[in-house]
Design a protein around this ligand. Structure first.
Ligand code: CA
Length: 237
């Protein structure tokens, strides 16, 4: 389930958006100002943020700029909501780092379409689309992981955490992810879980992938973290 943080001080709008997003299957939290939004993000990184431009205290634009300057939140999918429709305001919002921009009033249908488009582009692990790397196929809709070996289709049995971990790595291949980043993106928590927890689950994931002859997909990058390679053929005899 994808998580969305709605940052909006007008409670009627915030509630309406929250209800519609929950109805569409999103896990929704609401923050009423910049401080509450920052506190929510310090706890758990959402898959996407809907950020209102006009907030009491620090504005949405200032908040967006701050998040884009921070390594932890730099790539966080962000859609700005605003009552403004001026071209210059739109450009300011996009310059501040918003991935998209929605002018109030907007329809739920349009909001959902924009959210899905931004997630598809920036957070594919939050989508239900099947992914395939080196013949290993992961389908979030059916929660099945399979690999074709010759004529046989071998099923890979994974626990929920290993499934999320593999999904994240498969949707972000060839990039090195630190343990802290994986805790943020897979566990949703970078503060209260020890980093060695990641090592335990990577070990379990490799053990589960071994019968399907693709444990070598998950590479350890010394001193940096883990990476999913797309060049398995050379790694496995
Ligand atoms: Ca507002």
């Amino acid at each position: 389930m994808s998580s969305v943080l709605v940052v909006e001080d007008e409670t009627a709008i915030a509630e309406l958006v929250a209800i519609n997003l929950r109805h569409a299957g999103f896990d929704v939290r609401v923050a009423v100002d910049a401080d509450a939004a920052q506190a929510a993000i310090d706890r758990v990184l959402p898959d996407l943020v809907l950020l209102d431009w006009m907030l009491p205290g620090q504005s949405g634009v200032a908040l967006a700029r701050r998040w884009r300057a921070d390594a932890r939140t730099r790539d966080m999918p962000l859609i700005m909501l605003t009552a403004r429709a001026d071209e210059s305001d739109k450009i300011t919002g996009l310059d501040a780092g918003a991935d998209d921009y929605l002018t109030k009033p907007f329809s739920t249908k349009e909001l959902l379409a924009r959210i899905r488009a931004v997630l598809r582009r920036k957070a594919p692990q939050a989508m239900d689309t099947a992914v395939e790397v080196c013949g290993l196929r992961l389908d979030p809709a059916t929660r099945r992981v399979t690999r074709r070996l010759g004529d046989a289709l071998r099923e890979v049995k994974l626990g929920p955490t290993e499934f999320r971990l593999l999904h994240f790595l498969m949707t972000h291949p060839e990039r090195v992810h630190s343990r802290a980043q994986l805790l943020d993106r897979v566990w949703g928590d970078h503060v209260f879980i020890e980093e060695r927890t990641v090592d335990v689950h990577v070990k379990r994931l490799r053990e589960a992938l071994a019968p399907a002859q693709c444990a070598a997909l998950i590479e350890t990058v010394r001193g940096a973290g883990y990476r999913l390679t797309q060049q398995l053929a050379s790694a496995v005899a």
